[in-house]
Write a protein that binds this ligand. Structure first.
Ligand code: 13P
Length: 253
């Protein structure tokens, strides 16, 4: 049985005072709840440590990075390495988000290096894949996404992959309020699981956590998470408000 996982991706949002106010509201909202899911937040890298500290009374919450460079150190201005992330006790990182692929040159080769390095270093990669509207409308979505997945996993062995989390995020559904139908999301997540089965066998495929992301909120969350192959969500906008985020956790958990 795969445990549900909900991660809020804050992207480039929130200042220190906004983080503190989120944590206060969040802790207040979850106080008497017995949530039967794993959940977490991915703040900007500059506030990873600060957010971790702010949540020190919550030993359940996962604090995830939004990206991690595959090199240990060196001349990569503006980047944070996997070793720096590990150094501050962070155990998860989003990798290959479409915003990084589109705006920061994270192509399939880079995404493969990052995924592979993180798995090697026992940091859980939340590997994002997803097609553009053009690919969806021309019927190429499945091929595009399975190719992205295959390329991200080059060289990764069976004994290394078990901690991987995959997030299917169709680009056209991100931040647009336009969500995929639960059936379309389920079909793609099933396709992804099937690809994992072809590459690594059924046992691993049945264990891998696959998230859906793209305009998920407390109204549509339950519908997505009731699908067979959708094990959770990667949430942008609806994770910025503590009350809304907890409402989402409550409906899906
Ligand atoms: P929204 O939930 O705002 O559409 O963002 C999704 C996303 O990109 C999460 O990584």
């Amino acid at each position: 049985m795969r445990k549900k996982l909900i991660i809020g991706n804050w992207k480039m949002n929130k200042t220190k005072s906004e983080i503190l106010s989120f944590v206060k509201d969040f802790q207040n909202e979850i106080k008497n709840l017995n949530l039967n899911c794993d959940y977490g937040i991915a703040p900007s890298s500059i506030y990873l440590d600060f957010t971790k500290e702010a949540f020190k009374d919550n030993n359940k919450i996962i604090i995830s990075a939004q990206d991690a460079h595959f090199e240990e150190k060196g001349a990569f201005t503006g980047s944070n390495s996997w070793s720096q992330i590990k150094d501050i006790g962070i155990k998860y990182s989003i990798i290959g988000h479409s915003e990084r692929r589109e705006m920061f040159g994270d192509n399939n080769t880079v995404v493969n290096k990052k995924t592979s390095k993180l798995l090697e270093e026992k940091i859980v990669p939340i590997l994002c894949v997803g097609e553009s509207l053009e690919d969806r409308e021309s019927g190429k979505a499945n091929d595009f996404v399975t190719k992205q997945l295959e390329m991200a996993l080059i060289g990764i062995k069976e004994n290394e992959i078990k901690d991987l989390v995959i997030a299917y995020e169709p680009i056209w559904a991100i931040g647009t309020g336009k969500s995929a139908t639960s059936q379309d999301a389920e079909d793609m997540c099933a396709e992804i699981r099937n690809k994992i089965k072809c590459l690594y066998g059924e046992e691993i495929a049945n264990k891998i956590i696959i998230l859906y992301g793209g305009s998920v909120n407390e109204k549509n969350g339950k519908e997505y998470l009731s699908q067979n192959n959708i094990d959770g969500a990667l949430v942008g906008g609806a994770s910025l408000d503590a009350k809304l985020f907890v409402r989402l956790l409550k409906v899906v958990a």
